[in-house]
Design a protein around this ligand. Structure first.
Ligand code: BMA
Length: 352
């Protein structure tokens, strides 16, 4: 008899088969808040824009390591628990990121104890010995064990009513080719980075998690070479999905050429190594161009075998990446909804 498949394997199969139909739309923190509202049950900017939930929802654990009740974006962990499970129950797919505080510079209580951003946060890059300090024998090794334990304790509560752990795309230590997080390019050696990845992954495996689909996502690079990519790649036995975080910060031309070059590279890599591919974060902050989704982003995505794209959060009217209902960018986003190759929640459920 074949051994029973675990949740990560089942999710991998589901993603592989969905990818034949198209790619899924995703949104970070979708059910919590949007432009002009917060914490209204059932509400979502994507839902209000197109009449359907995104297929993928992203959730963030930053702050769980401190024992905080709310994450770094002020979302209560109890709500994250409930909404993540609700999305799985309605047939959706979930992904989890983690922006842990800086274990050297944070104070007990973290940002909620009055440290001003970026001091003590994941973005505090004042010290380049942080990764080293959490590895075995490092000064913060013990503290980091506690941090990982808090992550695991929370993840352990993410189960269906009958006690089955829900499948989660877990995406730690992201954007590591940039130098804005304490695990970034200039903040640790390649070896230290890989040890950090392994430390967390091995801990989670030891704790018995077989429902996590591990996702590796550097940042938009524009010039990957195999040699440089491999320096920090955790390894084929440690990664199931790869992709990158790609925002348009500069010109449209730069974004298109950089992302196209990267997706050419990543598609080939994914194919050769049997990996799934996604745009693990993306967007154009506050949508200065309301035609961006359909005119810039979609034509690029259409060319590649992506599983999904995840637009970042709609924090407020100063910082949003997803559609805002009843605005020009919301209208433009409807074109993505209408496209046959872009899947939202209802289409996922039709595929089952
Ligand atoms: C960043 C911004 C921050 C946020 C962080 C983690 O890109 O949206 O405001 O705290 O992600 O979600």
């Amino acid at each position: 008899m074949e051994p029973e498949k675990n949740q990560a394997q089942l999710l991998t199969e589901r993603l592989t088969s969905l990818q034949q139909k198209g790619y899924m739309a995703g949104h970070q923190d979708d059910p919590f808040y949007g432009v002009g509202w917060a914490y209204e049950d059932g509400r979502s900017d994507v839902l209000q824009t197109v009449g359907d939930y995104p297929a993928v929802m992203g959730f963030e654990l930053g702050g769980i390591e401190m024992g905080d009740e709310k994450n770094l974006d002020s979302v209560p962990f109890t709500r994250i628990h409930d909404e993540l499970l609700a999305h799985v129950k309605r047939g959706g797919i979930v992904t989890v990121s983690w922006h842990p505080r800086n274990p050297i510079t944070t104070v007990e209580g973290g940002g909620r104890a009055g440290q001003a951003y970026p001091a003590g946060s994941a973005w505090d890059v004042t010290d380049s010995t942080v990764v080293k300090s959490v590895l075995p024998d490092g000064a913060n090794a013990e503290k980091f064990q506690t941090w990982m334990k808090r992550v695991a304790d929370f993840m352990e509560t993410l189960k269906t009513d009958d006690g089955t752990p829900v499948p989660i795309i877990f995406r730690p230590w992201h954007e590591n080719n940039g130098s804005w997080f304490w695990w970034g390019q200039n903040l640790c050696s390649d070896e230290e980075y890989r040890s950090l990845w392994n430390l967390l992954q091995d801990y989670m495996i030891e704790r018995g998690f077989d429902n996590l689909l591990w996702s590796y996502s550097p940042n938009l690079d524009g010039g990957w070479t195999m040699d440089r990519f491999m320096k920090r790649y955790p390894g084929n036995d440690r990664v199931t999905l790869l992709g990158e975080d790609a925002y348009q910060w500069g010109t449209e031309e730069e974004f298109i050429s950089g992302l196209t070059a990267d997706l050419d590279f990543l598609t080939q890599f994914a194919k050769n190594n049997g990996k799934l591919l996604a745009l693990t974060e993306c967007g154009f902050r506050s949508m200065p161009d309301s035609t961006w989704y359909s005119r810039v982003l979609k034509p690029i995505m259409d060319k590649y075998p992506l599983c999904y794209f995840l637009l970042w959060r709609n924090a407020d009217n100063q910082e949003f990446f997803g559609p805002v209902p009843s605005t020009p960018c919301g209208d433009d986003f409807k074109k993505l909804y209408e496209a046959e190759n872009i899947l939202f929640l209802k289409e996922l459920n039709q595929q089952r």
